[in-house]
Unconditional design. Structure first.
Length: 343
């Protein structure tokens, strides 16, 4: 069979600046899980054009809430041509009934332990409507071929994943609905294999919290040191509580971390249980910067405690604490979050 795997653009009239574009990993995992007898083509719309007349038998679409509408339009177009359309990713996992209005079948959650079954059922004409494996075996290595990624990308970052899950369970986040609170590990030797086989030097670790399990993170960082790579990732600010772990991260090639500060208001921040006080946040930022790791802080405007003064207060805080980059977000009630249910 010819299988087309698609990651939709949010708006096909407006593309993301390549300097801030985060490369996807899901489609490369699906490609690696697909038996070799099938032909697989990956199209990430942010990088390359999608031909709705593409010759194929099966179309797999992975999407988030932000690009789900475009994903549904693509799905509808291919189904009208008689193609089998499988949808997965965050949004279809949270709202499978909605996705099934546009797809032949939906994969809920992780693809490992499911995708091969989907392919087999398509071949035998016994396709089910919903597939879900709540506890996939991550010890089985999945090869990833990044050769289809365009070469002219900002920083040429190759995506990696070392863990899944996050212990914080924030009201506005649906990560725990997909991966759970418990941190699951991809064996370190598999991560090293991904790095070596990619032939690349620059990576982005897509984990929601790369130090979610400090023991595993320590083992990972030690294994990365001999490879002399450069990487950026995401971490909780509690990272600063372990100086030795920070030093290991720096030695392993860490150049920068995306850290969710969320808010500089004491009352709001205490809700997330990441640090006890704003003073501890300031001290933690100082420690991370002293190690030599650049900080990209994520802040959110729109909490009930926010006032007109919150905007200037936030900018002052970021400047005073030498935060290099900031990701500014409006509080958004995404499906699958407690915030959505509350609203």
């Amino acid at each position: 069979m010819k299988i087309l795997l698609v990651s939709p653009v949010r708006d096909h009239h407006q593309f993301t600046n390549s300097a801030i574009l985060i490369p996807q990993l899901a489609l490369f995992i699906l490609q690696g899980l697909t038996p070799r007898k099938h032909e697989v083509k990956i199209v990430e719309e942010e990088y390359m054009p999608l031909d709705l007349d593409e010759e194929c038998d099966v179309v797999g679409i992975s999407c988030m809430t932000s690009n789900a509408y475009r994903g549904y339009r693509i799905a509808d177009a291919f189904r009208e041509k008689g193609k089998v359309v499988i949808m997965g990713g965050v949004h279809p996992s949270i709202l499978p009934d909605e996705a099934l209005e546009h797809a032949s079948a939906v994969v809920i959650g992780e693809a490992e332990g499911v995708w091969q079954k989907v392919i087999e059922d398509i071949e035998s004409n016994t396709l089910q409507r919903v597939y879900h494996e709540p506890n996939p075996d991550l010890d089985i290595y999945v090869p990833k071929d990044f050769s289809s990624m365009p070469k002219k990308r900002a920083f040429n970052l190759i995506p990696l994943q070392t863990t899944r899950g996050c212990p914080y369970d924030c009201d506005f986040c649906c990560v725990t609905d997909i991966f759970g609170k418990k941190i699951k590990h991809i064996p370190v030797e598999q991560v090293i294999r991904d790095i070596k086989e990619s032939g690349a030097r620059n990576f982005i670790i897509l984990d929601d919290n790369v130090i979610g399990n400090p023991k595993y993170a320590r083992e990972l960082f030690k294994a990365l040191i001999p490879l002399k790579i450069r990487w950026i990732g995401q971490s909780s600010i509690s990272f600063a509580r372990d100086i030795e772990l920070m030093k290991l991260a720096k030695k392993s090639g860490c150049r920068g971390l995306f850290i969710g500060l969320e808010s500089v208001a004491e009352s709001t921040n205490q809700r997330f249980k990441k640090l006890k006080s704003l003073e501890e946040t300031k001290a933690s930022l100082k420690k991370i910067l002293k190690i030599g790791i650049i900080i990209q802080a994520s802040v959110i405007f729109g909490f009930d405690e926010d006032t007109q003064e919150t905007f200037d207060q936030t900018v002052r805080f970021l400047r005073e604490n030498r935060v290099s980059l900031a990701s500014i977000n409006a509080l958004t009630p995404y499906p699958g979050t407690r915030l959505y249910d509350e609203f």
